[in-house]
Write a protein that binds this ligand. Structure first.
Ligand code: SDX
Length: 428
Protein backbone atom coordinates (compact mmCIF):
# COMPACT_ATOMS: atom_id res chain seq x y z
CA UNK A 1 0.00 0.00 0.00
CA UNK A 2 1.51 3.35 -0.99
CA UNK A 3 2.35 5.74 1.84
CA UNK A 4 0.60 9.05 2.38
CA UNK A 5 2.00 12.24 3.92
CA UNK A 6 -0.43 14.31 5.92
CA UNK A 7 -0.02 18.07 6.44
CA UNK A 8 -2.28 20.36 8.44
CA UNK A 9 -2.60 23.94 7.16
CA UNK A 10 -4.96 26.53 8.65
CA UNK A 11 -6.63 23.73 10.60
CA UNK A 12 -7.30 21.66 7.48
CA UNK A 13 -5.58 18.31 6.79
CA UNK A 14 -4.19 17.56 3.35
CA UNK A 15 -3.01 14.17 2.13
CA UNK A 16 0.00 14.11 -0.22
CA UNK A 17 1.12 10.97 -2.05
CA UNK A 18 4.57 9.54 -1.30
CA UNK A 19 6.59 8.11 -4.18
CA UNK A 20 9.35 5.52 -3.69
CA UNK A 21 12.17 4.98 -6.20
CA UNK A 22 13.86 1.71 -7.18
CA UNK A 23 16.64 2.34 -4.63
CA UNK A 24 14.04 3.11 -1.96
CA UNK A 25 14.48 6.90 -2.10
CA UNK A 26 11.26 8.53 -0.95
CA UNK A 27 9.58 11.84 -1.89
CA UNK A 28 6.40 13.67 -1.03
CA UNK A 29 4.63 14.61 -4.26
CA UNK A 30 3.54 18.24 -3.73
CA UNK A 31 2.35 18.83 -7.31
CA UNK A 32 -1.27 19.28 -6.11
CA UNK A 33 -0.49 21.19 -2.89
CA UNK A 34 -0.92 24.76 -4.20
CA UNK A 35 -4.15 23.97 -6.01
CA UNK A 36 -5.64 22.39 -2.88
CA UNK A 37 -4.28 24.67 -0.15
CA UNK A 38 -2.84 27.81 -1.77
CA UNK A 39 0.50 26.97 -0.16
CA UNK A 40 3.78 26.34 -1.99
CA UNK A 41 7.01 24.98 -0.48
CA UNK A 42 10.34 26.85 -0.55
CA UNK A 43 13.87 25.40 -0.51
CA UNK A 44 16.70 27.75 -1.67
CA UNK A 45 19.32 25.74 -3.60
CA UNK A 46 16.87 22.81 -3.80
CA UNK A 47 18.80 21.06 -1.01
CA UNK A 48 15.73 18.98 -0.08
CA UNK A 49 13.70 19.23 -3.29
CA UNK A 50 13.58 16.79 -6.18
CA UNK A 51 13.04 18.29 -9.64
CA UNK A 52 12.22 15.06 -11.46
CA UNK A 53 12.14 11.29 -11.46
CA UNK A 54 15.17 9.95 -13.31
CA UNK A 55 16.48 6.53 -14.33
CA UNK A 56 19.97 7.64 -15.36
CA UNK A 57 22.25 7.95 -12.31
CA UNK A 58 21.91 6.85 -8.69
CA UNK A 59 23.89 8.46 -5.87
CA UNK A 60 24.00 7.41 -2.23
CA UNK A 61 25.73 10.29 -0.43
CA UNK A 62 25.99 8.53 2.93
CA UNK A 63 27.59 5.38 1.51
CA UNK A 64 29.58 6.91 -1.37
CA UNK A 65 27.70 5.00 -4.08
CA UNK A 66 27.53 6.11 -7.73
CA UNK A 67 25.82 3.99 -10.43
CA UNK A 68 25.25 4.87 -14.10
CA UNK A 69 22.08 3.03 -15.21
CA UNK A 70 22.72 0.55 -12.37
CA UNK A 71 26.39 -0.13 -13.16
CA UNK A 72 28.86 0.80 -10.36
CA UNK A 73 31.24 3.57 -11.35
CA UNK A 74 34.21 1.51 -10.13
CA UNK A 75 33.50 -1.21 -12.71
CA UNK A 76 32.85 1.21 -15.58
CA UNK A 77 36.01 3.23 -14.83
CA UNK A 78 38.08 0.03 -14.89
CA UNK A 79 36.52 -1.85 -17.83
CA UNK A 80 34.59 0.46 -20.19
CA UNK A 81 35.50 3.01 -22.83
CA UNK A 82 34.14 6.53 -22.58
CA UNK A 83 31.92 6.25 -25.68
CA UNK A 84 30.58 2.92 -24.35
CA UNK A 85 29.56 4.77 -21.16
CA UNK A 86 28.13 7.64 -23.25
CA UNK A 87 25.96 5.11 -25.09
CA UNK A 88 24.90 3.54 -21.76
CA UNK A 89 23.87 6.89 -20.28
CA UNK A 90 21.99 8.05 -23.38
CA UNK A 91 20.39 4.76 -24.45
CA UNK A 92 19.95 3.11 -21.03
CA UNK A 93 21.86 -0.15 -21.63
CA UNK A 94 25.41 -1.19 -22.48
CA UNK A 95 25.75 -1.57 -26.27
CA UNK A 96 26.62 -4.84 -28.01
CA UNK A 97 29.52 -4.68 -30.45
CA UNK A 98 27.31 -3.80 -33.44
CA UNK A 99 25.55 -1.00 -31.55
CA UNK A 100 28.84 0.39 -30.24
CA UNK A 101 30.44 0.30 -33.69
CA UNK A 102 27.46 2.23 -35.13
CA UNK A 103 27.65 4.83 -32.33
CA UNK A 104 31.45 5.28 -32.53
CA UNK A 105 31.39 5.41 -36.33
CA UNK A 106 28.67 8.06 -36.38
CA UNK A 107 30.51 10.25 -33.88
CA UNK A 108 33.87 9.74 -35.58
CA UNK A 109 32.44 11.02 -38.85
CA UNK A 110 31.11 14.25 -37.36
CA UNK A 111 34.26 15.54 -35.66
CA UNK A 112 34.90 18.36 -38.17
CA UNK A 113 33.46 21.81 -37.52
CA UNK A 114 32.43 24.28 -40.26
CA UNK A 115 35.43 26.26 -41.52
CA UNK A 116 33.48 29.52 -40.94
CA UNK A 117 33.90 28.91 -37.20
CA UNK A 118 37.59 29.75 -37.52
CA UNK A 119 36.57 33.38 -37.80
CA UNK A 120 34.87 33.16 -34.41
CA UNK A 121 38.14 32.07 -32.80
CA UNK A 122 39.95 35.03 -34.38
CA UNK A 123 37.42 37.38 -32.76
CA UNK A 124 38.14 36.21 -29.18
CA UNK A 125 40.93 37.82 -27.15
CA UNK A 126 43.96 35.48 -27.28
CA UNK A 127 43.78 35.04 -23.50
CA UNK A 128 40.03 34.29 -23.58
CA UNK A 129 39.09 31.56 -21.08
CA UNK A 130 38.28 28.40 -23.07
CA UNK A 131 35.04 27.84 -21.15
CA UNK A 132 33.74 31.18 -22.46
CA UNK A 133 34.79 30.21 -25.97
CA UNK A 134 33.26 26.75 -25.68
CA UNK A 135 29.89 27.93 -24.39
CA UNK A 136 29.67 30.42 -27.28
CA UNK A 137 30.83 27.94 -29.92
CA UNK A 138 28.40 25.21 -28.87
CA UNK A 139 25.47 27.66 -28.92
CA UNK A 140 26.52 28.86 -32.37
CA UNK A 141 26.43 25.28 -33.71
CA UNK A 142 22.62 25.65 -33.67
CA UNK A 143 22.97 28.32 -36.38
CA UNK A 144 24.91 25.94 -38.63
CA UNK A 145 22.28 23.21 -38.16
CA UNK A 146 18.97 25.13 -38.13
CA UNK A 147 16.97 21.89 -38.31
CA UNK A 148 18.06 21.33 -34.68
CA UNK A 149 15.92 24.34 -33.72
CA UNK A 150 12.71 22.50 -34.64
CA UNK A 151 11.10 21.11 -31.44
CA UNK A 152 9.19 18.55 -33.55
CA UNK A 153 12.27 17.17 -35.29
CA UNK A 154 12.49 13.47 -36.05
CA UNK A 155 14.18 10.93 -33.75
CA UNK A 156 16.87 10.55 -36.42
CA UNK A 157 17.51 14.31 -36.41
CA UNK A 158 17.70 14.37 -32.61
CA UNK A 159 20.14 11.43 -32.64
CA UNK A 160 22.27 13.22 -35.28
CA UNK A 161 22.34 16.39 -33.16
CA UNK A 162 23.48 14.36 -30.13
CA UNK A 163 26.24 12.71 -32.14
CA UNK A 164 27.31 16.04 -33.66
CA UNK A 165 27.74 17.75 -30.29
CA UNK A 166 29.61 14.77 -28.79
CA UNK A 167 31.86 14.71 -31.86
CA UNK A 168 32.51 18.43 -32.11
CA UNK A 169 33.04 19.44 -28.48
CA UNK A 170 36.60 18.00 -28.31
CA UNK A 171 37.43 19.53 -31.71
CA UNK A 172 36.29 22.97 -30.52
CA UNK A 173 38.05 22.52 -27.17
CA UNK A 174 41.34 21.65 -28.84
CA UNK A 175 40.94 24.57 -31.26
CA UNK A 176 40.41 26.92 -28.31
CA UNK A 177 43.67 25.62 -26.82
CA UNK A 178 45.59 25.98 -30.10
CA UNK A 179 44.13 29.47 -30.55
CA UNK A 180 45.25 30.45 -27.06
CA UNK A 181 48.76 29.07 -27.74
CA UNK A 182 48.98 30.80 -31.12
CA UNK A 183 49.63 27.37 -32.67
CA UNK A 184 48.14 25.99 -35.91
CA UNK A 185 44.94 24.00 -35.59
CA UNK A 186 45.29 20.20 -35.83
CA UNK A 187 42.35 18.55 -37.55
CA UNK A 188 40.65 15.41 -36.22
CA UNK A 189 41.94 12.07 -37.47
CA UNK A 190 39.21 9.49 -38.00
CA UNK A 191 41.56 6.55 -37.52
CA UNK A 192 41.98 7.44 -33.83
CA UNK A 193 39.68 6.69 -30.89
CA UNK A 194 37.73 9.51 -29.25
CA UNK A 195 40.30 10.14 -26.51
CA UNK A 196 43.33 9.57 -28.77
CA UNK A 197 41.85 12.04 -31.26
CA UNK A 198 41.46 14.70 -28.58
CA UNK A 199 45.07 14.28 -27.46
CA UNK A 200 46.18 14.37 -31.11
CA UNK A 201 44.27 17.64 -31.72
CA UNK A 202 45.60 19.14 -28.49
CA UNK A 203 49.27 18.20 -28.63
CA UNK A 204 49.88 17.18 -32.24
CA UNK A 205 51.15 19.31 -35.12
CA UNK A 206 49.70 19.57 -38.66
CA UNK A 207 53.05 18.37 -40.00
CA UNK A 208 53.62 15.18 -38.03
CA UNK A 209 51.75 12.38 -36.25
CA UNK A 210 51.34 12.56 -32.50
CA UNK A 211 52.17 9.37 -30.61
CA UNK A 212 49.53 8.98 -27.94
CA UNK A 213 50.90 7.41 -24.77
CA UNK A 214 48.66 4.48 -23.68
CA UNK A 215 49.09 5.61 -20.06
CA UNK A 216 47.85 9.10 -20.92
CA UNK A 217 45.02 7.77 -23.07
CA UNK A 218 43.86 5.31 -20.39
CA UNK A 219 43.96 8.03 -17.72
CA UNK A 220 41.92 10.38 -19.91
CA UNK A 221 39.39 7.62 -20.66
CA UNK A 222 38.99 6.94 -16.92
CA UNK A 223 38.65 10.63 -16.02
CA UNK A 224 36.00 11.25 -18.69
CA UNK A 225 34.00 8.23 -17.47
CA UNK A 226 34.18 9.45 -13.86
CA UNK A 227 32.77 12.83 -14.91
CA UNK A 228 30.10 11.51 -17.30
CA UNK A 229 27.01 12.14 -15.17
CA UNK A 230 25.99 13.00 -11.64
CA UNK A 231 22.17 13.18 -11.55
CA UNK A 232 20.62 16.62 -10.87
CA UNK A 233 23.76 18.71 -10.24
CA UNK A 234 23.75 22.43 -11.06
CA UNK A 235 24.74 22.11 -14.73
CA UNK A 236 22.52 19.09 -15.46
CA UNK A 237 19.56 20.91 -13.90
CA UNK A 238 20.43 23.92 -16.07
CA UNK A 239 20.41 21.75 -19.21
CA UNK A 240 17.04 20.27 -18.23
CA UNK A 241 15.39 23.61 -17.48
CA UNK A 242 16.72 25.30 -20.65
CA UNK A 243 15.60 22.27 -22.67
CA UNK A 244 12.15 22.38 -21.03
CA UNK A 245 11.38 25.59 -22.97
CA UNK A 246 11.97 23.55 -26.18
CA UNK A 247 15.18 25.46 -26.87
CA UNK A 248 17.47 23.35 -29.05
CA UNK A 249 20.01 20.89 -27.60
CA UNK A 250 23.04 23.02 -28.55
CA UNK A 251 21.63 25.96 -26.54
CA UNK A 252 20.85 23.73 -23.57
CA UNK A 253 24.39 22.29 -23.59
CA UNK A 254 25.87 25.79 -23.94
CA UNK A 255 23.96 26.80 -20.80
CA UNK A 256 25.23 23.67 -19.03
CA UNK A 257 28.83 24.63 -19.90
CA UNK A 258 28.22 28.11 -18.48
CA UNK A 259 26.83 26.68 -15.22
CA UNK A 260 29.70 24.19 -14.91
CA UNK A 261 32.25 27.03 -15.19
CA UNK A 262 31.44 28.34 -11.72
CA UNK A 263 34.15 27.68 -9.07
CA UNK A 264 31.58 26.07 -6.77
CA UNK A 265 30.85 23.50 -9.49
CA UNK A 266 33.13 22.27 -12.28
CA UNK A 267 35.36 25.33 -12.07
CA UNK A 268 36.61 23.91 -8.75
CA UNK A 269 39.18 21.66 -10.47
CA UNK A 270 41.01 24.77 -11.74
CA UNK A 271 40.52 26.53 -8.35
CA UNK A 272 42.01 23.51 -6.51
CA UNK A 273 45.30 23.65 -8.42
CA UNK A 274 45.49 27.43 -7.98
CA UNK A 275 44.84 26.94 -4.24
CA UNK A 276 47.49 24.21 -3.92
CA UNK A 277 50.01 26.36 -5.81
CA UNK A 278 49.27 29.26 -3.44
CA UNK A 279 49.79 26.99 -0.44
CA UNK A 280 53.03 25.61 -1.93
CA UNK A 281 54.37 29.13 -2.65
CA UNK A 282 53.28 30.36 0.77
CA UNK A 283 55.55 27.76 2.33
CA UNK A 284 53.57 28.00 5.55
CA UNK A 285 51.98 25.08 7.39
CA UNK A 286 48.79 23.47 6.14
CA UNK A 287 46.91 24.07 9.39
CA UNK A 288 46.95 27.82 8.61
CA UNK A 289 44.90 27.15 5.45
CA UNK A 290 42.57 24.71 7.15
CA UNK A 291 41.94 27.36 9.81
CA UNK A 292 41.28 29.98 7.10
CA UNK A 293 38.75 27.64 5.50
CA UNK A 294 36.94 27.35 8.86
CA UNK A 295 36.96 31.09 9.51
CA UNK A 296 33.58 32.49 8.53
CA UNK A 297 35.04 35.97 8.21
CA UNK A 298 37.51 34.66 5.62
CA UNK A 299 36.23 34.07 2.07
CA UNK A 300 38.81 31.27 1.60
CA UNK A 301 37.31 27.82 1.09
CA UNK A 302 39.10 24.51 0.75
CA UNK A 303 38.38 24.07 -2.97
CA UNK A 304 37.73 20.49 -3.99
CA UNK A 305 36.31 19.76 -0.55
CA UNK A 306 32.66 19.26 0.37
CA UNK A 307 29.67 18.13 -1.63
CA UNK A 308 25.92 18.66 -1.62
CA UNK A 309 25.26 14.91 -1.69
CA UNK A 310 28.38 13.01 -0.57
CA UNK A 311 28.80 13.37 3.19
CA UNK A 312 31.27 10.54 3.71
CA UNK A 313 33.38 10.31 0.60
CA UNK A 314 33.05 10.93 -3.14
CA UNK A 315 33.72 7.53 -4.76
CA UNK A 316 35.17 9.31 -7.78
CA UNK A 317 37.75 11.10 -5.62
CA UNK A 318 38.98 7.75 -4.25
CA UNK A 319 39.48 6.39 -7.79
CA UNK A 320 41.12 9.60 -9.04
CA UNK A 321 43.46 9.80 -6.04
CA UNK A 322 44.75 6.28 -6.83
CA UNK A 323 44.94 7.08 -10.55
CA UNK A 324 47.00 10.20 -9.77
CA UNK A 325 49.62 8.04 -8.05
CA UNK A 326 49.64 5.53 -10.92
CA UNK A 327 49.78 8.09 -13.74
CA UNK A 328 52.47 10.27 -12.19
CA UNK A 329 54.59 7.17 -11.48
CA UNK A 330 54.08 5.80 -15.00
CA UNK A 331 54.98 9.15 -16.54
CA UNK A 332 57.87 9.71 -14.14
CA UNK A 333 56.29 12.99 -13.03
CA UNK A 334 57.12 14.24 -9.55
CA UNK A 335 54.54 16.91 -8.69
CA UNK A 336 54.97 18.34 -5.16
CA UNK A 337 51.38 19.57 -5.36
CA UNK A 338 50.14 15.96 -5.12
CA UNK A 339 51.93 15.54 -1.80
CA UNK A 340 50.50 18.85 -0.56
CA UNK A 341 46.99 17.69 -1.59
CA UNK A 342 47.38 14.41 0.32
CA UNK A 343 48.75 16.15 3.41
CA UNK A 344 45.95 18.75 3.26
CA UNK A 345 43.37 15.96 3.05
CA UNK A 346 44.91 14.23 6.06
CA UNK A 347 44.96 17.44 8.16
CA UNK A 348 41.39 18.40 7.21
CA UNK A 349 39.93 14.95 7.84
CA UNK A 350 41.23 15.03 11.42
CA UNK A 351 39.62 18.43 12.00
CA UNK A 352 36.27 18.41 13.82
CA UNK A 353 34.90 21.24 11.63
CA UNK A 354 35.25 19.08 8.52
CA UNK A 355 34.14 15.92 10.28
CA UNK A 356 31.02 17.58 11.70
CA UNK A 357 30.02 18.92 8.28
CA UNK A 358 30.85 15.79 6.30
CA UNK A 359 33.41 17.63 4.18
CA UNK A 360 35.61 15.27 2.16
CA UNK A 361 37.59 15.56 -1.08
CA UNK A 362 35.25 15.63 -4.09
CA UNK A 363 35.83 14.76 -7.73
CA UNK A 364 37.69 18.03 -8.29
CA UNK A 365 40.29 17.66 -5.55
CA UNK A 366 42.75 15.35 -7.34
CA UNK A 367 41.64 15.50 -10.99
CA UNK A 368 43.65 18.62 -11.82
CA UNK A 369 46.86 16.90 -10.72
CA UNK A 370 46.34 14.24 -13.37
CA UNK A 371 45.32 16.75 -16.05
CA UNK A 372 48.51 18.68 -15.30
CA UNK A 373 50.62 15.53 -15.60
CA UNK A 374 48.95 14.87 -18.99
CA UNK A 375 50.15 18.30 -20.12
CA UNK A 376 46.73 19.97 -20.04
CA UNK A 377 46.90 23.64 -18.95
CA UNK A 378 45.01 24.73 -15.84
CA UNK A 379 42.42 26.86 -17.61
CA UNK A 380 41.47 23.81 -19.72
CA UNK A 381 40.66 21.68 -16.64
CA UNK A 382 36.98 22.62 -16.54
CA UNK A 383 36.83 22.08 -20.30
CA UNK A 384 37.91 18.49 -19.57
CA UNK A 385 35.06 18.24 -17.06
CA UNK A 386 32.63 19.49 -19.74
CA UNK A 387 33.84 16.92 -22.30
CA UNK A 388 33.29 14.20 -19.69
CA UNK A 389 29.90 15.50 -18.56
CA UNK A 390 28.48 15.98 -22.05
CA UNK A 391 26.88 12.51 -22.41
CA UNK A 392 25.25 12.97 -19.01
CA UNK A 393 23.80 16.33 -20.00
CA UNK A 394 22.49 14.79 -23.23
CA UNK A 395 20.96 11.85 -21.35
CA UNK A 396 19.27 14.21 -18.87
CA UNK A 397 17.93 16.41 -21.70
CA UNK A 398 16.66 13.36 -23.64
CA UNK A 399 14.91 11.96 -20.54
CA UNK A 400 13.24 15.33 -19.86
CA UNK A 401 12.00 15.51 -23.49
CA UNK A 402 10.82 11.87 -23.56
CA UNK A 403 8.98 12.28 -20.23
CA UNK A 404 7.16 15.30 -21.71
CA UNK A 405 8.06 17.38 -18.68
CA UNK A 406 6.42 20.84 -18.51
CA UNK A 407 8.49 24.02 -18.87
CA UNK A 408 10.43 24.63 -15.66
CA UNK A 409 8.95 27.63 -13.89
CA UNK A 410 9.35 27.70 -10.08
CA UNK A 411 7.05 29.79 -7.85
CA UNK A 412 8.20 32.25 -5.15
CA UNK A 413 7.18 33.97 -1.94
CA UNK A 414 7.01 37.73 -2.63
CA UNK A 415 8.67 39.85 0.06
CA UNK A 416 8.83 43.23 -1.70
CA UNK A 417 6.85 46.46 -1.32
CA UNK A 418 3.06 46.11 -1.19
CA UNK A 419 0.87 48.14 -3.62
CA UNK A 420 1.71 51.87 -3.79
CA UNK A 421 0.89 54.73 -6.23
CA UNK A 422 3.28 56.44 -8.63
CA UNK A 423 4.71 59.73 -7.32
CA UNK A 424 5.70 62.48 -9.72
CA UNK A 425 9.44 63.05 -9.78
CA UNK A 426 9.01 66.61 -8.55
CA UNK A 427 7.44 65.25 -5.35
CA UNK A 428 9.94 62.44 -4.49
C1 SDX B 1 31.09 19.50 -8.22
O1 SDX B 1 26.32 18.52 -7.37
C2 SDX B 1 27.19 17.78 -7.92
O2 SDX B 1 27.00 16.60 -8.07
C3 SDX B 1 28.48 18.50 -8.36
C4 SDX B 1 29.58 17.61 -8.89
C5 SDX B 1 29.18 16.95 -10.19
O3 SDX B 1 29.76 15.88 -10.49
O4 SDX B 1 28.37 17.54 -10.94
O5 SDX B 1 29.93 16.61 -7.95
C6 SDX B 1 30.84 18.42 -9.22
O6 SDX B 1 30.63 20.60 -8.40
C7 SDX B 1 31.86 19.16 -6.96
C8 SDX B 1 31.95 20.37 -5.96
C9 SDX B 1 33.07 21.29 -6.43
N1 SDX B 1 33.08 22.52 -5.63
C10 SDX B 1 34.04 22.76 -4.69
O7 SDX B 1 34.93 21.95 -4.41
C11 SDX B 1 33.95 24.13 -4.04
C12 SDX B 1 34.18 24.00 -2.52
N2 SDX B 1 33.01 23.29 -1.95
C13 SDX B 1 31.91 24.08 -1.56
O8 SDX B 1 31.78 25.38 -1.87
C14 SDX B 1 30.68 23.31 -1.10
O9 SDX B 1 31.09 22.24 -0.37
C15 SDX B 1 29.72 22.88 -2.18
C16 SDX B 1 29.34 24.02 -3.06
C17 SDX B 1 30.34 21.81 -3.02
C18 SDX B 1 28.49 22.30 -1.51
O10 SDX B 1 27.90 23.32 -0.83
P1 SDX B 1 26.51 23.11 -0.02
O11 SDX B 1 26.00 21.74 -0.15
O12 SDX B 1 25.61 24.25 -0.39
O13 SDX B 1 26.98 23.21 1.46
P2 SDX B 1 27.18 24.58 2.21
O14 SDX B 1 27.91 25.57 1.35
O15 SDX B 1 25.88 24.98 2.82
O16 SDX B 1 28.20 24.08 3.34
C19 SDX B 1 27.73 23.47 4.53
C20 SDX B 1 28.73 23.89 5.60
C21 SDX B 1 28.85 25.42 5.71
O17 SDX B 1 29.30 25.68 7.02
P3 SDX B 1 28.18 26.09 8.17
O18 SDX B 1 27.36 27.23 7.59
O19 SDX B 1 27.38 24.82 8.38
O20 SDX B 1 29.01 26.50 9.37
O21 SDX B 1 30.05 23.42 5.23
C22 SDX B 1 30.90 24.54 5.01
C23 SDX B 1 29.98 25.74 4.80
O22 SDX B 1 30.67 26.95 5.16
N3 SDX B 1 31.70 24.23 3.82
C24 SDX B 1 32.99 24.48 3.67
C25 SDX B 1 33.34 23.96 2.43
N4 SDX B 1 32.26 23.44 1.85
C26 SDX B 1 31.25 23.60 2.71
N5 SDX B 1 33.89 25.08 4.49
C27 SDX B 1 35.15 25.18 4.02
N6 SDX B 1 35.57 24.71 2.83
C28 SDX B 1 34.69 24.11 2.00
N7 SDX B 1 35.09 23.63 0.83
Amino acid sequence: MSEIARIILDGKEYELPVIVGTENEKAIDISKLRGASGYITIDPGFKNTGSCKSAITYLDGENGILHYRGYPIEQLAEKATFLEVAYLLIKGDLPNQKELDWFVNSITNHTLVHEDMKRFFEAFPTDAHPMGILSSMIASLSTFYPESQNPNRSIEDVELTMHRVIAKLPTLAAQAYKNNMGHPVVYPKNSLSYTENFLHMMFGLPTDDYNVSPVVNDALNKLLILHADHEQNCSASTVRIVGSSQANLYSAISAGIAALWGPLHGGANQAVIEMLETIKNDGGGLQKWVDKAKDKSDSFRLMGFGHRVYKNFDPRAKIIKKAADDVLEALGVDDPVLDIAKELEAVALKDQYFIDRGLYPNVDFYSGIIYRALGIPTDMFTVMFAIGRLPGWIAQWKEMVEMGEPIGRPRQVYTGATKRDYVDITKR
